[in-house]
Design a protein around this ligand. Structure first.
Ligand SMILES: [Zn+2]
Length: 188
């Protein structure tokens, strides 16, 4: 079985958590969300649903230090502004992993992350301005979030979002994430 980013099931043997999550991206049209334990193994899973506007929603029972969610195949390959703000607004969360068809995004609270909650109403003028500043280029350079763009656009998105929201963002292709996993497991 071959995925878009060249991931194939040969990774199956020792990292079944990651493959399980990748399978959800490709097989479910709902987001899946949940928590990781300190070894980055899945500890709780919730299946999301569509809200009244057809947007994907996935509600967890509370929050924990290490959270994850998926973006199904038909949604964007990068984190939403809401995904980023959630890390800032909830001090319990230290890292949020966003698994998409492009790879894994790691959104991490940093020493500079503001302690004040950001209030940003969805679809308000401020929201649209910030969204277009942070994600506009990535959106247009990736066929509206569908095709993995040139790395320079990913890099620019990360730089803008890190500067604007003062959190740390990393992006890994799945093959790189799997290589980093042992290091990441020992880190958190
Ligand atoms: Zn998301």
């Amino acid at each position: 079985m071959q995925y878009n980013n060249g991931i194939n099931m040969q990774y199956n043997n020792d990292i079944n958590n990651v493959n399980t999550i990748i399978n959800w991206i490709y097989s479910l049209d709902h987001e899946v969300c949940g928590f990781f334990d300190v070894n980055l193994n899945i500890s709780n899973v919730y299946i999301g649903e569509k809200d009244e506007y057809g947007r994907n929603m996935c509600r967890r029972d509370g929050h924990q230090k290490l959270e994850f969610h998926t973006h199904p195949i038909d949604s964007k390959g990068y984190p939403s502004i809401e995904d980023i703000i959630q890390v800032i607004n909830n001090k319990i969360i230290s890292i949020s992993f966003v698994f998409t068809k492009w790879g894994v995004w790691v959104l991490e609270r940093s020493a500079n992350t503001p302690l004040i909650k950001i209030k940003l109403e969805n679809k308000s003028n401020d929201y649209e301005k910030i969204n277009s500043y942070v994600t506009g280029e990535l959106y247009s350079e990736s066929n509206r979030g569908h095709d993995l763009p040139d790395y320079k656009h990913i890099k620019k998105f990360i730089e803008k979002a890190e500067k604007f929201f003062k959190i740390d963002i990393k992006f890994y292709l799945y093959e790189d994430y799997l290589e980093e996993l042992e290091y990441l497991r020992n880190r958190y």
